[in-house]
Write a protein that binds this ligand. Structure first.
Ligand code: ADP
Ligand code: ADP
Length: 239
Protein backbone atom coordinates (compact mmCIF):
# COMPACT_ATOMS: atom_id res chain seq x y z
CA UNK A 1 0.00 0.00 0.00
CA UNK A 2 1.07 3.58 -0.64
CA UNK A 3 2.85 5.35 2.22
CA UNK A 4 0.56 8.41 2.15
CA UNK A 5 -3.15 8.08 1.41
CA UNK A 6 -5.70 10.87 1.29
CA UNK A 7 -9.26 9.59 1.27
CA UNK A 8 -12.07 11.97 0.41
CA UNK A 9 -10.21 14.79 2.08
CA UNK A 10 -12.41 17.85 2.58
CA UNK A 11 -11.66 21.31 3.90
CA UNK A 12 -14.34 23.92 4.15
CA UNK A 13 -13.16 27.07 5.91
CA UNK A 14 -15.43 28.89 8.33
CA UNK A 15 -15.81 31.56 5.68
CA UNK A 16 -17.57 28.96 3.52
CA UNK A 17 -14.64 28.53 1.09
CA UNK A 18 -14.58 24.92 -0.09
CA UNK A 19 -10.82 24.65 -0.46
CA UNK A 20 -10.79 20.83 -0.88
CA UNK A 21 -13.70 18.78 -2.20
CA UNK A 22 -13.16 15.08 -1.51
CA UNK A 23 -9.57 14.75 -2.68
CA UNK A 24 -8.17 11.24 -3.13
CA UNK A 25 -4.43 10.77 -3.55
CA UNK A 26 -1.84 8.06 -2.97
CA UNK A 27 1.88 8.68 -2.75
CA UNK A 28 4.23 5.67 -2.63
CA UNK A 29 7.49 5.56 -0.67
CA UNK A 30 10.17 7.75 -2.15
CA UNK A 31 8.01 9.44 -4.77
CA UNK A 32 8.41 13.15 -5.38
CA UNK A 33 5.41 14.86 -6.93
CA UNK A 34 4.61 18.41 -7.86
CA UNK A 35 1.26 19.91 -6.93
CA UNK A 36 0.29 22.60 -9.41
CA UNK A 37 -2.75 24.71 -10.12
CA UNK A 38 -3.91 28.31 -10.15
CA UNK A 39 -3.84 30.50 -7.07
CA UNK A 40 -6.70 29.57 -4.75
CA UNK A 41 -6.95 26.00 -6.09
CA UNK A 42 -6.36 24.52 -2.63
CA UNK A 43 -2.70 23.46 -2.92
CA UNK A 44 -1.55 25.06 0.27
CA UNK A 45 -4.63 23.84 2.12
CA UNK A 46 -3.97 20.28 0.94
CA UNK A 47 -0.35 20.32 2.11
CA UNK A 48 -1.38 21.71 5.49
CA UNK A 49 -4.23 19.25 5.95
CA UNK A 50 -1.75 16.39 5.70
CA UNK A 51 0.09 17.41 8.88
CA UNK A 52 -2.99 19.17 10.25
CA UNK A 53 -1.57 22.66 10.43
CA UNK A 54 -5.02 23.11 8.90
CA UNK A 55 -7.70 20.81 10.35
CA UNK A 56 -9.54 18.89 7.62
CA UNK A 57 -13.32 19.03 7.93
CA UNK A 58 -13.78 15.59 6.38
CA UNK A 59 -12.04 12.51 5.07
CA UNK A 60 -8.93 10.67 6.16
CA UNK A 61 -5.17 11.11 6.02
CA UNK A 62 -3.13 7.93 6.37
CA UNK A 63 0.64 7.75 6.79
CA UNK A 64 1.46 4.05 6.52
CA UNK A 65 -0.58 2.44 9.30
CA UNK A 66 -1.28 5.68 11.12
CA UNK A 67 -4.54 7.54 10.61
CA UNK A 68 -3.17 11.04 11.05
CA UNK A 69 -6.62 12.58 10.85
CA UNK A 70 -7.68 10.72 14.01
CA UNK A 71 -4.67 11.36 16.24
CA UNK A 72 -4.79 13.24 19.53
CA UNK A 73 -2.33 16.02 20.31
CA UNK A 74 0.57 13.90 21.58
CA UNK A 75 0.39 11.31 18.84
CA UNK A 76 0.00 14.04 16.23
CA UNK A 77 3.17 15.70 17.49
CA UNK A 78 5.03 12.40 17.05
CA UNK A 79 3.51 11.83 13.62
CA UNK A 80 4.61 15.30 12.52
CA UNK A 81 8.22 14.29 13.08
CA UNK A 82 7.80 12.00 10.10
CA UNK A 83 6.58 14.87 7.91
CA UNK A 84 9.16 17.59 7.39
CA UNK A 85 7.81 20.90 6.19
CA UNK A 86 9.46 23.52 4.02
CA UNK A 87 7.84 26.95 3.69
CA UNK A 88 7.81 29.71 1.11
CA UNK A 89 9.01 32.37 3.52
CA UNK A 90 11.41 29.94 5.23
CA UNK A 91 9.96 30.58 8.71
CA UNK A 92 13.39 30.84 10.31
CA UNK A 93 13.94 32.49 13.68
CA UNK A 94 15.81 35.55 12.42
CA UNK A 95 17.79 36.34 15.55
CA UNK A 96 19.07 32.80 15.99
CA UNK A 97 22.06 31.27 14.27
CA UNK A 98 21.84 29.06 11.23
CA UNK A 99 22.90 26.13 13.42
CA UNK A 100 20.16 26.77 15.99
CA UNK A 101 17.56 27.07 13.27
CA UNK A 102 18.56 23.69 11.91
CA UNK A 103 18.54 22.15 15.39
CA UNK A 104 15.08 23.56 16.09
CA UNK A 105 13.80 20.99 13.58
CA UNK A 106 15.26 18.15 15.59
CA UNK A 107 13.51 19.26 18.72
CA UNK A 108 10.16 19.80 17.09
CA UNK A 109 7.64 22.59 17.07
CA UNK A 110 6.69 22.20 20.70
CA UNK A 111 10.04 21.45 22.30
CA UNK A 112 11.70 24.31 20.50
CA UNK A 113 11.32 27.18 22.98
CA UNK A 114 12.29 24.96 25.85
CA UNK A 115 15.35 23.93 23.89
CA UNK A 116 16.82 27.42 23.93
CA UNK A 117 17.84 26.98 27.53
CA UNK A 118 19.41 23.56 27.24
CA UNK A 119 22.37 21.96 25.55
CA UNK A 120 21.93 20.22 22.26
CA UNK A 121 22.82 16.52 22.05
CA UNK A 122 26.15 16.07 20.24
CA UNK A 123 24.63 13.61 17.76
CA UNK A 124 22.14 16.29 16.67
CA UNK A 125 24.88 18.90 16.32
CA UNK A 126 26.94 16.47 14.22
CA UNK A 127 23.98 15.76 11.97
CA UNK A 128 23.26 19.48 11.61
CA UNK A 129 26.88 20.05 10.49
CA UNK A 130 26.59 17.20 7.99
CA UNK A 131 23.39 18.65 6.54
CA UNK A 132 24.78 22.18 6.34
CA UNK A 133 27.85 20.79 4.58
CA UNK A 134 25.62 18.94 2.10
CA UNK A 135 23.73 22.10 1.16
CA UNK A 136 26.90 24.20 0.99
CA UNK A 137 26.34 26.27 4.13
CA UNK A 138 28.90 24.87 6.55
CA UNK A 139 30.75 28.19 6.61
CA UNK A 140 27.55 29.98 7.62
CA UNK A 141 26.70 27.85 10.66
CA UNK A 142 27.36 30.66 13.16
CA UNK A 143 25.75 33.44 11.15
CA UNK A 144 22.40 34.83 12.20
CA UNK A 145 19.55 33.78 9.95
CA UNK A 146 18.80 37.40 9.04
CA UNK A 147 22.27 37.75 7.50
CA UNK A 148 21.47 35.20 4.79
CA UNK A 149 20.17 35.58 1.25
CA UNK A 150 16.81 34.06 0.29
CA UNK A 151 18.38 31.01 -1.32
CA UNK A 152 20.59 30.45 1.71
CA UNK A 153 17.62 30.76 4.04
CA UNK A 154 15.73 28.15 2.08
CA UNK A 155 18.74 25.82 2.36
CA UNK A 156 18.55 26.25 6.12
CA UNK A 157 14.83 25.51 5.95
CA UNK A 158 15.62 22.31 4.06
CA UNK A 159 18.18 21.25 6.67
CA UNK A 160 15.72 21.96 9.47
CA UNK A 161 13.15 19.72 7.81
CA UNK A 162 15.66 16.94 7.11
CA UNK A 163 17.18 16.79 10.58
CA UNK A 164 13.87 15.34 11.81
CA UNK A 165 14.65 12.36 9.61
CA UNK A 166 11.17 12.44 8.07
CA UNK A 167 9.85 10.00 5.51
CA UNK A 168 7.75 12.63 3.78
CA UNK A 169 8.49 16.24 2.93
CA UNK A 170 5.65 18.75 2.63
CA UNK A 171 6.96 21.63 0.58
CA UNK A 172 4.84 24.76 0.20
CA UNK A 173 5.92 27.11 -2.64
CA UNK A 174 9.64 26.73 -1.85
CA UNK A 175 10.77 29.07 -4.62
CA UNK A 176 8.03 31.70 -4.69
CA UNK A 177 10.27 34.31 -3.07
CA UNK A 178 13.38 33.47 -5.11
CA UNK A 179 14.82 34.52 -8.47
CA UNK A 180 14.64 32.01 -11.37
CA UNK A 181 18.21 30.74 -11.09
CA UNK A 182 18.05 30.26 -7.34
CA UNK A 183 14.63 28.62 -7.76
CA UNK A 184 16.12 25.97 -10.03
CA UNK A 185 18.97 25.37 -7.61
CA UNK A 186 16.59 24.94 -4.69
CA UNK A 187 14.28 22.60 -6.62
CA UNK A 188 17.26 20.54 -7.76
CA UNK A 189 18.58 20.37 -4.21
CA UNK A 190 15.24 19.25 -2.76
CA UNK A 191 14.82 16.56 -5.41
CA UNK A 192 18.41 15.32 -5.06
CA UNK A 193 18.09 15.08 -1.30
CA UNK A 194 14.83 13.15 -1.61
CA UNK A 195 16.54 10.70 -3.97
CA UNK A 196 19.57 10.34 -1.69
CA UNK A 197 17.43 9.67 1.37
CA UNK A 198 14.56 7.79 -0.23
CA UNK A 199 12.09 10.48 0.85
CA UNK A 200 8.70 11.12 -0.65
CA UNK A 201 7.72 14.73 -1.21
CA UNK A 202 4.74 16.81 -2.22
CA UNK A 203 5.94 20.08 -3.63
CA UNK A 204 3.38 22.83 -4.05
CA UNK A 205 4.84 24.80 -6.91
CA UNK A 206 3.27 27.61 -8.88
CA UNK A 207 5.77 27.40 -11.74
CA UNK A 208 4.76 24.58 -14.10
CA UNK A 209 7.97 24.74 -16.13
CA UNK A 210 10.02 24.31 -12.96
CA UNK A 211 7.90 21.34 -11.92
CA UNK A 212 8.37 19.73 -15.34
CA UNK A 213 12.14 20.02 -15.01
CA UNK A 214 12.45 17.96 -11.86
CA UNK A 215 9.60 15.54 -11.16
CA UNK A 216 7.99 12.51 -12.82
CA UNK A 217 4.52 13.04 -11.45
CA UNK A 218 2.42 16.16 -11.53
CA UNK A 219 -0.92 16.52 -9.77
CA UNK A 220 -3.06 19.40 -10.94
CA UNK A 221 -5.57 20.94 -8.57
CA UNK A 222 -8.38 23.29 -9.54
CA UNK A 223 -11.28 24.53 -7.39
CA UNK A 224 -10.35 21.98 -4.72
CA UNK A 225 -10.38 18.99 -7.07
CA UNK A 226 -7.69 16.95 -8.78
CA UNK A 227 -8.02 17.59 -12.50
CA UNK A 228 -4.73 16.09 -13.68
CA UNK A 229 -2.46 13.32 -12.41
CA UNK A 230 0.35 12.01 -14.55
CA UNK A 231 3.79 12.54 -16.00
CA UNK A 232 4.66 16.17 -16.79
CA UNK A 233 4.85 15.42 -20.51
CA UNK A 234 1.03 15.33 -20.62
CA UNK A 235 0.76 18.92 -19.50
CA UNK A 236 -0.01 21.88 -21.68
CA UNK A 237 1.91 25.03 -20.74
CA UNK A 238 -1.12 27.04 -19.60
CA UNK A 239 -2.51 24.37 -17.30
P1 ADP B 1 -10.38 27.68 10.15
O1 ADP B 1 -11.67 27.26 9.56
O2 ADP B 1 -9.22 26.83 9.72
O3 ADP B 1 -10.41 27.89 11.63
P2 ADP B 1 -10.95 30.42 9.59
O4 ADP B 1 -12.02 30.34 8.58
O5 ADP B 1 -11.31 30.71 11.01
O6 ADP B 1 -10.01 29.12 9.50
O7 ADP B 1 -9.93 31.53 9.09
C1 ADP B 1 -8.68 31.71 9.71
C2 ADP B 1 -8.18 33.08 9.41
O8 ADP B 1 -7.81 33.22 8.01
C3 ADP B 1 -9.25 34.11 9.65
O9 ADP B 1 -8.69 35.18 10.35
C4 ADP B 1 -9.67 34.53 8.27
O10 ADP B 1 -10.07 35.88 8.25
C5 ADP B 1 -8.44 34.38 7.45
N1 ADP B 1 -8.78 34.20 6.02
C6 ADP B 1 -10.01 34.30 5.52
N2 ADP B 1 -10.03 34.14 4.21
C7 ADP B 1 -8.77 33.88 3.84
C8 ADP B 1 -8.14 33.59 2.61
N3 ADP B 1 -8.81 33.56 1.45
N4 ADP B 1 -6.83 33.34 2.59
C9 ADP B 1 -6.13 33.39 3.74
N5 ADP B 1 -6.68 33.69 4.94
C10 ADP B 1 -7.98 33.92 5.00
P1 ADP C 1 -3.54 27.69 -3.24
O1 ADP C 1 -2.48 27.22 -2.29
O2 ADP C 1 -3.76 26.73 -4.37
O3 ADP C 1 -3.33 29.07 -3.73
P2 ADP C 1 -5.24 27.81 -0.89
O4 ADP C 1 -5.19 26.46 -0.29
O5 ADP C 1 -4.37 28.86 -0.29
O6 ADP C 1 -4.93 27.68 -2.47
O7 ADP C 1 -6.73 28.33 -0.88
C1 ADP C 1 -7.81 27.55 -1.33
C2 ADP C 1 -9.12 28.29 -1.06
O8 ADP C 1 -9.33 28.40 0.34
C3 ADP C 1 -9.15 29.73 -1.59
O9 ADP C 1 -10.46 30.00 -1.98
C4 ADP C 1 -8.76 30.55 -0.38
O10 ADP C 1 -9.32 31.84 -0.46
C5 ADP C 1 -9.39 29.75 0.74
N1 ADP C 1 -8.66 29.91 2.02
C6 ADP C 1 -7.37 29.61 2.25
N2 ADP C 1 -7.03 29.81 3.52
C7 ADP C 1 -8.15 30.25 4.12
C8 ADP C 1 -8.48 30.63 5.45
N3 ADP C 1 -7.59 30.60 6.43
N4 ADP C 1 -9.75 31.00 5.70
C9 ADP C 1 -10.67 31.03 4.73
N5 ADP C 1 -10.44 30.68 3.47
C10 ADP C 1 -9.20 30.30 3.16
Amino acid sequence: QAMLRLKNLVKTYKTGDQALKAVNLEVPDGQVLALIGPSGAGKSTMIRCINRLVEPTGGEVWLDDLEVSKLGAGALRRARRQMGMIFQEYALVERLSVMENVLSGRLGYVGFWRSLTRRYPQADVDEAFRLLDRVGLLHMADKRADELSGGQRQRVGICRALIQNPKLLLVDEPTASLDPKTSRQIMRLICELCAERGLAAIINIHDVALAQMFVNRVVGLRFGEIVFDGPPGGLTPDK
